[in-house]
Design a protein around this ligand. Structure first.
Ligand SMILES: CC(C)(COP(=O)(O)OP(=O)(O)OC[C@H]1O[C@@H](n2cnc3c(N)ncnc32)[C@H](O)[C@@H]1OP(=O)(O)O)[C@@H](O)C(=O)NCCC(=O)NCCS
Length: 148
């Protein structure tokens, strides 16, 4: 199902407590293969990323409520993307809708997505938006959009 009420806007500090709760979710952390941070390290991380103008940081709103975030940053000469939704929002097409909107805003290509091998949902989101596998190792798969 494609959600019709998915809107992106710049991340506000007021969104951070919701993102903090999302990343505490153990099932989500296992899916992403990303360890949950405590409040101090979470806030230090977001303070750092919010102070770097090369980062593109969007909050995903569904019916006006904060559902998660979708972000892009430069690393080792590549532009990467990542996203995270609160569990109550999973399975409704929201990540696919948010990434579709994000790709219309952020025109840089190639764009890379790194996923844990077992993260079938995230792989599907990327593939539905046109990303294709470009490399993999034992734990991780890298998908790219717009590579020659
Ligand atoms: C990964 C995540 C963003 C997916 O969000 P979502 O809004 O549920 O994704 P969508 O509803 O847009 O689903 C996209 C596709 O994945 C499929 N999918 C969803 N959950 C799945 C699962 N557990 N296993 C396999 N496929 C799954 C959907 O069926 C859909 O495919 P379809 O249209 O062919 O049916 C969300 O689960 C999440 O935030 N997880 C925790 C953090 C995370 O893993 N972030 C990504 C790090 S790379």
């Amino acid at each position: 199902m494609q959600s019709k009420n998915v809107v992106l806007r710049d991340v506000l500090e007021a969104d951070l407590p919701t993102f903090y709760e999302h990343q505490l979710d153990t099932e989500a952390a296992q899916m992403a293969e990303f360890p949950s941070r405590d409040w101090a390290s979470f806030m230090a991380h977001w303070k750092k990323v919010m102070s770097d103008p090369s980062n593109i940081l969007k909050t995903i709103l569904v019916d006006g409520q904060v559902a998660g975030n979708i972000v892009s940053w430069a690393q080792a000469g590549e532009r990467e993307i990542g996203y995270w939704l609160g569990r109550e929002c999973w399975g409704k097409g929201i990540a696919t809708a948010a990434l579709t909107e994000f790709l219309a805003l952020v025109k840089t290509r190639p764009l890379y997505g790194y996923i844990a091998k077992h993260n079938a949902a995230s792989r599907r989101v990327l593939e539905k938006c046109g990303f294709a596998v470009c490399r993999e190792d034992r734990e991780e798969i890298v998908l790219v959009l717009g590579a020659n």
